[in-house]
Design a protein around this ligand. Structure first.
Ligand SMILES: NC(=O)c1ccc[n+]([C@@H]2O[C@H](COP(=O)([O-])OP(=O)(O)OC[C@H]3O[C@@H](n4cnc5c(N)ncnc54)[C@H](O)[C@@H]3O)[C@@H](O)[C@H]2O)c1
Length: 364
């Protein structure tokens, strides 16, 4: 089992540990018994993960003598709402959960965000642990303490910064992930290669076949490096007052493309196109070289992610969505661009005409 320490500023949050391993749920149980005593444990999961892993994990914890219950909600982004948060809260009250209890978020980013949100506000906060089961959650959403629910007006509009007590990443979970869900995580991994370490980007270029084959040794290495990069950024700027925004590389346009597709396009695919567009803008703004942009596009394409906007997604719909982005400051929408591969920076804003040009070039 690999351990990574997340060092946080004590005034805001507690430091904690990310533990990475393969098929180590028995060990996770023992570590919970030893390091996280509580009067009651509640596994929160979704309807897919419950059958795949939740019930088995429940049994493992019960075998250790822990008082543990399992709560589940319908799988999918549609459940990341206040209604689900309130329904969970009612069940927690019925179970007698109090501030000496511990919640265990077993699932993808939806389970992690929602459980973290409930944990942060239930009885003015109860501790929780992240057990991410998608690649996206293992390399991204479980780390950093952002929690949220969606509102009809937009995604993640209600939320808190609230850190888990620990993050357990079991690679075994990835074996049942669909190709689309796996690619969602791969897109985030490419992002880390672009915003932090050129050496990591080169490793990804070299290991495309192993990544596509979900090779376990390689995945362990790639997940560990991704976690180290994300936690490094969070340690510098936990509450996103500036630097943490580099994690949004490719996401401003990615979210707009995803929304313009009426969410029919998987998040990772939209982010992949967002990263190519951001690389294109970086070239046009005189930073990145065209050869570097081409390397980025080649890696993304070789990994099985799209490099062109699918038909049916109109340029104007993407631009409209960008105009609505919640990260806008006045009329400027901060954009993460690249000086080089591995060297990101936050630009104040990008001209609409340049966005139009780049999106036009990306049509299929
Ligand atoms: N908090 C953050 O910093 C942060 C960062 C990025 C994304 N997010 C949020 O994460 C969410 C997306 O997360 P996601 O991509 O994990 O989606 P998800 O949680 O909806 O999971 C995707 C699908 O995979 C299924 N699933 C989960 N684990 C599985 C497994 N091991 N085998 C088979 N199926 C499995 C789920 O039931 C679901 O149907 C979004 O709501 C997004 O806003 C949060």
């Amino acid at each position: 089992m690999m351990r990574i320490k997340v060092h946080l500023d004590k005034r805001l949050s507690e430091s904690h540990e990310i533990c990475i391993g393969y098929d180590f749920q028995d060990r996770i149980g023992l570590l919970i018994v030893k390091d996280h005593p509580a009067n009651r444990y509640v596994i929160v999961t979704d309807s897919n993960v419950s059958g795949l892993y939740g019930k088995n994990f429940l049994e493992k914890l019960r075998d250790l003598g822990l008082p543990v219950e399992l709560l589940e909600f319908s799988a999918g982004e549609g459940s990341k709402t206040m209604d689900t948060a309130l329904a969970l809260t009612s069940r927690l009250l019925e179970l007698g959960v109090d501030r000496h209890s511990l919640l265990l978020a077993l699932g993808g980013g939806v389970v992690g965000d929602l459980t973290g949100f409930v944990a942060s506000i239930y009885m003015r906060s109860v501790p929780f642990i992240q057990l991410p089961t998608t690649l996206m959650a293992q390399v991204d959403s479980s780390i950093g303490g952002k929690t949220a629910v969606n509102l009809p007006q937009g995604k993640n509009l209600l939320g808190t910064f609230y850190q888990p007590k620990r993050i357990f990443i079991d690679l075994k979970f990835l074996e049942t992930l669909s190709d689309d869900e796996y690619l969602n995580g791969v897109a985030e991994i490419v992002k880390y290669g672009l915003i932090d370490e050129p050496g990591f980007f080169e490793l990804l270029e070299k290991e495309v076949p192993a990544i596509r084959a979900r090779n376990r040794e390689l995945l362990e290495k790639v997940i560990e490096r991704s976690c180290r990069i994300k936690k490094g950024v969070v340690e510098i700027d936990e509450q996103e007052s500036g630097f943490r925004r580099i994690l949004n590389f490719g996401h401003t346009l990615g979210h707009a493309i995803e929304a313009a597709s009426n969410f029919t396009l998987a998040h990772g695919k939209a982010v992949a196109m967002g990263m190519i567009a951001a690389a294109g803008i970086s070239v046009e703004s005189g930073f990145l070289t065209p050869a570097e942009r081409d390397r980025i596009e080649k890696l993304i394409g070789n990994l099985g992610l799209p490099v062109r906007l699918p038909e049916g997604i109109s340029q104007s719909a993407v631009l409209e969505r960008i105009a609505l982005d919640k990260k806008k400051e006045g009329s400027d929408l901060p954009f993460v661009l690249l000086k080089k591969i591995g060297i990101p920076f936050i630009s104040k804003g990008v001209d609409k005409s340049l966005l139009e040009k780049i999106l036009g070039e990306m049509k299929s």
